[in-house]
Design a protein. Structure first.
Ligand code: CO
Length: 442
């Protein structure tokens, strides 16, 4: 496949994945199209060799795997992990706020969002709606698609200190505005719930008025993802952290699905809030799947110890306007290759063994690599890598593509690095078991 085609497909994926629910649904559909089979956790499973399977938990975490020749305890799994969620603004259950004749939405900040870029954007709303009807629980995805909300900046004239001392209070300053009260009163949709019911009706879903809606809805920027820069060296979009890894992981799994090696992709929700949930990386989701594939506890441990987990998540690129924020010798540059993340305090799970394996894989296939370690006087972020390593006892490496403006509503990564990531994932999924084995010299 052509490099520009991959980046174009990624743009389409980003555009149609405004929430973890939509991303999960899109990953599922990509896999089903190529013959993957959906397994339900509530069923008993019959697993066949040379087949691809999908398991979804709570609609926003997805694990897909190929069985190869089913010699799991001898072959181990080549696993790639990523996350489907990104920092955003989520809508409160009592959403309707009216202040100074503006119709606003009550919101909470999800994860470590960079708030200032949320101002003056044409925002829409998407997510999942759940309701109870005729003694059944129903769920559907929803996406308003149109720009229906905005968080206006305060004019410079009203606070001239803003360019050097702006602080944003998340309770007061970031409530999006939907409408003016005078125009709203003429409308038939008086509450936010009414507006949702109207949109669902357009999708042929009829829910009686006054039904209690339970939802997980977030705001997103309607400006679509784009390749930008003088030579289109950059991709600009919301949610690059970490939908790039989700999409490229899915592509790699599809491209190598006929290999005899068992391979696995895990895309989890809730990484941005610590991964502690029933479907996050710290849940028993992955472990329980392995248990079903390997009911014998000894065989399960053998399979895990022969496996390797690549935790793929974006890395901080050195910013030319703020170079002092990086350790000069470990400062990744955009389009200069994949970043191997190392941390002395295990905030990244890279071990000498996983590091040696991955570095060799990239060197052998002409994939450039660079290193990131945080400044010693600065706290270091973390990923699902250490969590997965701690839960399963699996060899793990933390890698990612260099990114500017992480957790902004518009992040920037390199179009060349995206191709390197796909190349590395291809080679990883093709790695025979012999090359994953550690030989100790004594
Ligand atoms: Co991330």
């Amino acid at each position: 496949m052509q490099d520009h085609q991959i980046n174009n497909d990624l743009l389409a994926f980003l555009k149609t994945s405004p929430t973890p629910y939509h991303a999960t649904d899109n990953i599922k559909n990509m896999l089903i199209k190529q013959g993957f089979i959906v397994l339900h956790e509530t069923d008993s499973w019959i697993i066949k060799p040379n087949t691809g399977y999908i398991v979804i938990r709570h609609s926003s975490s997805i694990i897909a795997f190929t069985t190869g020749d089913m010699q799991f305890e001898k072959q181990g799994f080549r696993m790639i992990g990523a996350h489907t969620d990104s920092p955003c603004l989520k809508i409160r259950p009592h959403a309707d706020y009216i202040k100074n004749q503006a119709i606003q939405l009550g919101v909470e900040v999800y994860g470590g969002a960079l708030l200032s870029p949320w101002f003056d954007r044409d925002l829409s709303i998407a997510g999942q709606i759940t309701w109870h009807q005729n003694n059944q629980i129903y769920q559907t995805l929803i996406d308003f698609k149109e720009p229906i909300a905005i968080i206006p900046s305060l004019a410079i004239h009203l606070d001239s200190t803003q360019n050097h001392a702006r602080s944003i209070n998340p309770q007061q300053h970031i409530l999006p505005i939907l409408n003016t009260q005078s125009t709203h009163l003429n409308d038939t949709y008086l509450t936010f719930s009414d507006t949702i019911l109207f949109l669902l009706k357009e999708q042929a879903i009829n829910i009686p008025k006054n039904t209690q809606l339970a939802y997980d809805l977030s705001l997103y920027d309607t400006q679509p993802a784009a390749c930008i820069g003088l030579t289109q060296a950059f991709i600009a979009s919301a949610r690059l952290d970490n939908l790039v890894s989700c999409f490229i992981g899915t592509r790699a799994l599809l491209d190598t699905m006929h290999e005899s090696n068992p391979c696995l992709l895990a895309c989890y929700d809730h990484e941005e809030v610590g991964s502690v949930s029933a479907s996050g990386a710290q849940s028993p989701f992955l472990s329980q799947i392995l248990e079903r594939l390997l009911p014998d506890p000894q065989a399960k441990i053998q399979a895990i110890q022969r496996s390797l987990f690549i935790s793929s998540d974006n890395a901080h690129a050195i910013h030319p306007n703020f170079p002092e924020k990086h350790d000069a010798a470990h400062a990744p540059v955009i389009n200069q290759g994949l970043v191997i993340k190392i941390n002395a305090n295990q905030r990244y799970a890279t071990s000498p063994e996983s590091h040696a394996y991955f570095k060799n894989l990239c060197d052998t296939h002409d994939i450039p690599t660079q290193y990131f370690t945080a400044r010693a006087d600065q706290s270091c972020g973390s990923t699902i890598g250490p969590i997965t390593a701690a839960e399963l006892g699996i060899r793990t490496i933390d890698i990612g593509i260099p990114t500017y403006a992480m957790h902004s509503i518009r992040e920037i990564a390199g179009t060349h690095d995206i191709i390197y990531l796909l190349k590395a994932f291809h080679q990883f999924y093709k790695t025979p078991a012999t090359q994953l084995t550690l030989h100790t010299s004594s």
